[in-house]
Ligand binder design. Sequence first.
Ligand code: ADP
Ligand code: MG
Length: 344
Amino acid sequence: MLENKSQTRTELSTLGEFKLIEHLSQFVKLSQSSTIKGIGDDAAVIKNELEATLISTDLLLENVHFDLTYFPLKHLGYKAAVVNFSDLLAMNVKPRQIIVGLAVSNRFSLEAIEEIYAGLLLACERYGVDLVGGDTSGSQAGLCLAITAIGQAQQSDIVYRNGAKEHDLICVSGDLGSAYAGLLLLEREKVEFLANPNMQPDLQNNDYVLERQLKPEPRFDILNLFKEKNIKPTAMIDISDGLASELLHICRESKVGCMLYDSKIPIDSTACSTLEIFNISPTVAALNGGEDYELLFTIPQSDYDKIKDSHDITVIGHIVDENSGCMLVPENGAMIELKAQGML
Ligand code: ADP
Ligand code: MG
């Protein structure tokens, strides 16, 4: 995963806001041709190269959205960027720039902020996104990160939630439920750590699920595949709150129903083992766990041949008319209505 840095502590009060921004901006490299001006003036400047601009923002609050007891700061920065990238990818658009709002209390040192930025910038570099500005403020309690992602597209390439049609195939990238399995492990270790601060966490052999929770990857590769195969999904959303909730969003917006096949939902075998320890059914974790940041999308049946050989895309059901409702079909037994019940 992401390595940790030094133990020195420089108080933010010795720098002040201006010096902090100056310090952080030395690590920022720009790579997008559409970035005309990044950090350093009153506003960033972005060249309009395509018809439409897409903007999405996400607010991350300490102890509401993340827990620093077990979430390393560099991972937090990385995940904060990824979560925002994912929202644009879910529109079939690659993010090009981000802007970062940061509020920190004096509990945090310069080195801590450097760690967050190291994570943010690692994600930016890996995916060719420019960090072009932000705002910085002191906070009375806790850490707050507000990230805005910006992208550009031709209008005809944008995919909304509302285009799913009867008979379309419902597809998902990657596997589901692993991030939730990782969270369960981290929460368990936190309880034990608080009871006995000298203990060493027992997180061996759980690399995959921990990585899915602490370091999710945005699915730029799926957008590349769409382009390569000439696929434009009829509807798409990213899975932040669990498959059930996201599929219901697509159905509601598209005014359709769905048949989701329980046994088709892709779940990693190590995630299954972890979930078993906690007595949680893998299907329930996939449906309601969330934070997988995979893409859920619908395509016409005629596009099936284009995706059938991809190991990273699974067909999990199909769209039906609105009156048939949204149904979960178990392998054995009667269909049940699909419901969104958050577990986080
Ligand atoms: P202003 O007083 O006009 O708001 P700031 O001093 O806040 O200006 O910002 C100066 C420059 O630094 C701007 O280009 C802004 O986008 C950038 N900036 C401020 N805070 C951050 C941050 N946390 N991350 C990245 N860039 C930042
Ligand atoms: Mg400012």
